[in-house]
Design a protein around this ligand. Sequence first.
Ligand SMILES: *Cc1c(COP(=O)(O)O)cnc(C)c1O
Length: 426
Amino acid sequence: MQLYNLKQPDERVNFAEAVKRGLGQQQGLFFPEAIPALKLDEAFWQASFVERAERVLGALLAEELGQDNVSALVRDAFNFELPLVPATAHQYCLELFHGPTLAFKDFGARFLARTLSLVARDTPMTILTATSGDTGAAVADAFYGLPNIRVVVLYPDGGISELQEKLFCTLGDNIHTVAVKGSFDDCQAMVKAAFSDAALKAEYGLTSANSINIARLLAQVVYYFEALAQLPEAERDNAVFAVPSGNFGNLTAGLLAKAMGAPIKRFVAATNSNDTVPRYLNSGQWQPGPVHATLSNAMDVTSPNNWPRVEALFAAQQWPLAQLAAERVSEPQTEARMVALNGEGYLSEPHAAVASEALERQLAEDEVGIFLGTAHPAKFQGAVEQVLNIELPLPPALAAVQDKPILSSQLAADADALKQYLRQRL
Ligand SMILES: *Cc1c(COP(=O)(O)O)cnc(C)c1O
């Protein structure tokens, strides 16, 4: 697979190189030169999830990595369930939170970890990544204890849920965690600054596990096909996906699936009050503004990293950008939606509720809605218990870490502070 840098199109790399580099020159994102069309025959829809994922990722990567390698990566990375569960009369939830760290980030992080081991072999590497809550845990879990790999995760101090923090800041060993006095956007800016420092990048073998890394995005393409496969066949051409969005990696993956031929009618990008994209689609003005803390904290992002890829995809496919619906969902609306879903017998957490609310506003009579369940409700135990007035038991993965001490260091939101930290700690 050939990719080019969206900021500097003459920088062209293959997939292995794009995965290792994370970002291109001038902090540009890598983007596929061509998107293959899949043959969506009966056998494709009848196959098991893993077989279907082998075909989807094979179409993208087999030429470069070999189908056997692609199949092995898929079988090893995607070893958990992803049920499409009816939530209301017209809406299904695609539950992407049954992996080891209970969020959809497990798909991308597990695939990335295995891909890096395949393409980088024994070169020592440092994975430097920013998290709005769930990437940190998924990446830490996927890379924990691997030889030759160190992981440094930056997160906004006080900006993630207590249980999210417990999942990845209690591990130690090759996992280094840093609570930054600032927002997720600040963390992301520090990571980007480190990547644009060529000396630092070379010294530590820095690579990124954020959704700027193309391996993560490609891994996520598979579950859009899976949702369609699990739908009753008569509904397969009428599906509208609502994607709870922060950095817009998940939406990018959905658009890639559509570009490969997935019969997805349209997408609704759902944000909380960090609504840079809905405002941009309305007004044409890109005005990030300050970050608001919300219940759906993994979406507290005002400068979404993947937006250039979204625009590039619409341009490459000659889809009008106006086809993309976007909805901003306020805090009271999020809570009301959680209550409404619970009333219908579906227990949800704030991120999925934002998407379900956006879908409710957008869905036409003859359409079927699918919102992505990006995290397990227990990961947001405090918020869910409070809003729904229930008691929510913790699943084993969370119960095991809830009393462990946090091992994180604290840093100012400053690129030089991060440099010093790397010098001292690694
Ligand atoms: C990361 C995350 C999101 C946002 O996904 P993007 O790909 O960054 O848009 C939404 N919900 C949860 C629970 C997340 O962890």
